[in-house]
Design a protein around this ligand. Structure first.
Ligand SMILES: C[S@@+](CC[C@H](N)C(=O)[O-])C[C@H]1O[C@@H](n2cnc3c(N)ncnc32)[C@H](O)[C@@H]1O
Length: 204
């Protein structure tokens, strides 16, 4: 545990610790502790009623958010069947089926009419598709809503030359996305060196 993790407050639920352990063992990427704290802070400040998460994995972030705020509803999309099933199990174990709606779907092709409108949209799916996610879901944002994008620094590899072709492809897409956010005419984005790099986009 880092010093800041010690200072911050996290939910001390056995299930959450089990999911963290599972994620570590099975190498499932989940939100970092400080990014999670940042989301908790946004929830405290903005009191969103409904959140859309792109990329559920095994439900770690969704369960944390819904447990943090008893009034919050989380809709979350996952395309991987195995991860989706695990998320379903975890959500049911957390007794949060009424406030976490899981969608087994590709976020790029899901029909937006199956979804609702949101006060906060959390983009945490395939890094190469961020711009497409942003453009697809921005219309679902409620007045005053925000879009949060995670992993904008991609393990600090954005400007690293000595990486595989695959990583190079991802980092060049993320750099393009960061620029897209910076120069966006509809949204103003604040960039933070928190976790793996977070952007918070607010409609102008
Ligand atoms: C970083 S993990 C999500 C972690 C989760 N948000 C958390 O913090 O607990 C990214 C997930 O997004 C999923 N994903 C990637 N692209 C997707 C897409 N187009 N539609 C739905 N899910 C996607 C992956 O299968 C993976 O499980």
């Amino acid at each position: 545990m880092t010093y800041l993790e010690y200072l911050n407050t996290y939910l001390k639920l056995e299930l959450i610790e089990e999911i963290e352990e599972d994620a570590k063992i099975n190498k499932v990427p989940i939100i970092s502790k400080d990014s999670l704290s940042f989301l908790f802070m946004l929830i405290d400040l903005k009191t969103p009623k409904r959140v859309l998460e792109i990329g559920t994995a095994i439900g770690y972030c969704a369960i944390n958010l819904a447990s943090f705020d008893d009034d919050l509803i989380v809709d979350s999309i996952e395309r991987d069947e195995e991860l989706f099933s695990k998320a379903k199990l975890n959500v049911s174990e957390a007794n949060l089926e009424k406030r976490i709606n899981l969608y087994l779907a590709d976020a790029l092709t899901i029909d937006n009419s199956e979804l609702k409108t949101y006060d906060l949209i959390f983009i945490d799916g395939a890094k190469a598709q961020y711009e497409k996610f942003f453009n697809k879901f921005k219309s679902l944002l409620n007045e005053g809503g925000i879009i949060v994008s995670d992993n904008l620094l991609f393990h600090n590899l954005l400007f690293e030359e000595n990486v595989s072709k695959n990583v190079k492809g991802l980092t060049s897409k993320l750099k393009k996305y960061n620029l897209f956010l910076k120069e966006n005419e509809e949204f103003k984005t604040y960039f933070f060196q928190i976790g793996d790099g977070i952007g918070v986009s607010v409609k102008k």
